[in-house]
Ligand binder design. Structure first.
Ligand code: AG3
Length: 276
């Protein structure tokens, strides 16, 4: 008989948390940037946490990773050949882009330990870093984007919450550097938090991008293991792109209905970002 139960909880506030019953803690390391943990959970598979916040787990990583890659890819259209991922050291975003046929991917992750930990526990995702045409750089993404001579069709920011190392990835100067590194017809996307529990993050991304790009389009997805389950991403671009309505790729979450529907925002989100 098991007398002791172990749980990992992500704390949203003093009064609310999401708890996962775990079989084991597989790893815990404190790096120069953050604390990384991996848990073996009962119902959600292996789970990666950074600074106590859920980054991904085997059960639902496909939702986040499909939505952060396939939506911008459809807006960038057939021309999308070259992509940049900032963050994403778990390889999930790179894996979706590679599956979608993007031949040239640069992934800039600030913390080498994220990659090392994921190589050990999520090799099916990090395996993509070893594919031809995929380049992994361990570097500060803000600095990389400011200094690189390269230009991209899609730039994806797969970051942690805007506290700690990811804070600058929600700033105007970063967005304006990103804009300069997009090819004609290129698109930028960032994860932008839960409109319920992190309205500041959602608004910060929207306002910052709006001050730089002509078109800014928030969209949402249902991700059960993230705060509130209701998650936002924000797409930004300058060209007058004809809105795609048919998905050329069907994922486990993503399809034509989702492509069309994900931009429909509840009123409280519209009120938050100040659109009608
Ligand atoms: N990056 C976004 C995770 C943010 C989750 N926030 C939270 N649980 N408070 C995910 C990394 C996956 N590649």
């Amino acid at each position: 008989m098991r007398l002791i139960e172990n749980w990992f909880s992500e704390r949203y506030s003093d009064n609310l948390q999401l708890s996962f019953r775990i079989k084991d803690q597989l790893m815990s390391v404190k790096t120069d940037y953050q604390r990384i943990d991996v848990f073996d959970t009962y119902d959600y598979g292996k789970l990666l946490a950074i600074d106590g916040t859920v980054q991904m787990c085997e059960y639902d990583e496909f939702v986040y990773h499909e939505m952060i890659t396939l939506v911008p890819l459809h807006f960038a259209g057939k021309r999308a050949k070259k992509a940049l991922i900032i963050g994403g050291g778990d390889g999930g975003a790179a894996t979706q882009l590679s599956k979608a046929g993007v031949g040239n991917i640069i992934n800039v992750e600030i913390d080498s330990h994220v990659v090392q930990v994921c190589e050990r526990f999520f090799p099916e995702l990090t395996g993509t870093f070893h594919k031809q045409g995929v380049k992994l750089l361990i570097q500060d993404g803000i600095k990389y984007l400011r200094e690189t001579q390269e230009k991209f069709d899609v730039i994806i920011v797969d970051s942690t919450d805007p506290e700690g190392p990811a804070e600058g990835l929600f700033g105007k100067s970063f967005y304006s550097d990103a804009r300069k590194k997009l090819n004609e017809g290129g698109v930028f996307v960032t994860q932008s938090g839960s409109p319920y529990y992190q309205p500041k993050a959602t608004k910060m991304a929207y306002d910052g991008l709006k001050s730089v790009f002509k078109h800014v389009r928030p969209y949402t997805a249902f991700i059960p293991t993230y705060p509130s389950g209701f998650w936002s991403f924000t797409l930004a671009y300058d060209s007058d792109i004809q809105e795609p309505v048919e998905a050329s790729i069907t994922g486990k979450y993503f399809n034509s209905d989702v492509l069309r529907g994900c931009f429909l925002l509840p009123q409280f989100v519209k009120d938050l970002i100040g659109t009608t």
